[in-house]
Write a protein that binds this ligand. Structure first.
Ligand SMILES: [Zn+2]
Length: 217
């Protein structure tokens, strides 16, 4: 079993366009990078976790197209146009751009910073798969910014995720070559672990903290 897709119909919540788009129905992966980018078998499903309107470029998860979501979180076409003219949009690969636009929409509509950070993190993965390090750095910086807000404002609804996110912030800082911040966040992982089953994250933290001290990226 590898990546599989299906075609579904969508109505754009921003401009009302009706279109069909591919969405992911199953994935398989074997292993992952130290910031959790899964090593997918078969076609890369990442860009298809989001649906983008071919008319106005609105982007979001399939559930963001539901009638309720569309009503509650309206974005204007002027906002979308402004977002698309941001200089970063010209520098990032097409797959990552979807995540960037969705992230900006999530920011604009006051969504949970944890979900915003996750969108930018996935955008950074798309950049890595395209071997575009410059764009990856920009997306990683955005991911760190919002994941930090999520930890600081306790917006992570599942407390089991806190050690993982704390580690992830450290790991993103390490990848951004900010050794001091990486050390700080890696150091905080142990105190937020509540479940003994999360020992694996502590082991991973120790391994990456060691790399951080020895400047290996
Ligand atoms: Zn649209």
């Amino acid at each position: 079993m590898v990546t599989s897709f299906k075609l579904s119909g969508f109505t754009c919540p921003a401009c009302g366009a009706i279109f069909e788009a591919r969405t992911v129905t199953s994935i398989t992966h074997q292993g992952q990078d130290s910031d959790f980018l899964p090593h997918y078998l078969g076609e890369n499903p990442l860009p298809f976790f989001l649906v983008q309107c071919p008319e106005c470029s609105f982007a979001g998860y399939p559930e963001d197209y539901s009638e309720k979501a569309a009503e509650e979180r309206k974005v204007s076409s002027a906002f979308l146009k402004k977002t698309l003219t941001m200089p970063l949009c010209k520098k990032i690969p097409e797959e990552a751009l979807k995540f960037f636009v969705a992230g900006k929409i999530y920011e604009e509509t006051g969504r949970n910073p944890y979900h915003i950070g996750n969108l930018y993190l996935r955008g950074s993965w798309c950049c890595r798969l395209r071997e575009n390090r410059k764009a990856e750095i920009e997306m990683q910086q955005l991911a760190v910014k919002f994941l930090k807000v999520a930890v600081e404002k306790s917006t992570i609804s599942n407390p089991d995720n806190l050690p993982v996110v704390t580690y992830l912030i450290g790991e993103l800082y390490r990848r951004l070559e900010d050794r001091k911040s990486a050390r700080e966040w890696f150091g905080a992982v142990e105190e937020v672990i509540i479940d003994p089953e999360q020992q694996w994250i502590l082991e991973l933290t120790q391994k990456q903290a060691e790399l951080n001290e020895h400047f290996i990226n």
